[in-house]
Design a protein around this ligand. Structure first.
Ligand code: 5GP
Ligand code: ZN
Length: 113
């Protein structure tokens, strides 16, 4: 399967890693939209939020355990940050491998859409 983020997990495409464990991988977005813009992804290929099931939801839970650790490491846990995932065309999901954006480091827009 030709998946950009699977290739990043496999180290075939370089990335700026900020966190890694056996379940998930986090790296800096190549086109940051905020001073801190990090993507947290499962190492296993899950295409999007639609594909989260009872079989793989522990992976997603682990990602949400890791997000505050990363936020603290980046110094944005106190000031605040946004976590979002795009699912499907209307949400403009461009990479079809589940990923959670962590955005912070400045006051973010009140608009979410
Ligand atoms: P989406 O629009 O699917 O929610 O987000 C995909 C994100 O992946 C975008 O913010 C985009 O900048 C980022 N991205 C796309 N290709 C690469 C890449 O090769 N490396 C990194 N680090 N980020 C990428
Ligand atoms: Zn993938």
């Amino acid at each position: 399967m030709d998946c950009l983020f699977c290739s990043i997990v496999a180290g075939k495409i370089p990335s700026s890693r900020v966190y890694e464990d056996d379940v998930c991988y986090a790296f800096r977005d190549i086109h940051p939209q905020a001073p801190v813009h990090i993507l947290v992804i499962p190492k296993e290929h899950i295409c999007c939020a639609n594909a989260v099931t009872s079989e793989n939801s522990a992976t997603v839970a682990k990602i949400f355990e890791v997000i505050p650790v990363i936020a603290a490491e980046q110094g944005i846990d106190k000031s605040g940050y946004r976590v979002l995932t795009n699912c499907g065309d209307d949400a403009c999901q461009t990479v079809k491998h589940l990923h959670f954006h962590i955005l912070g480091g400045r006051k973010l827009s009140e608009e979410m859409a």
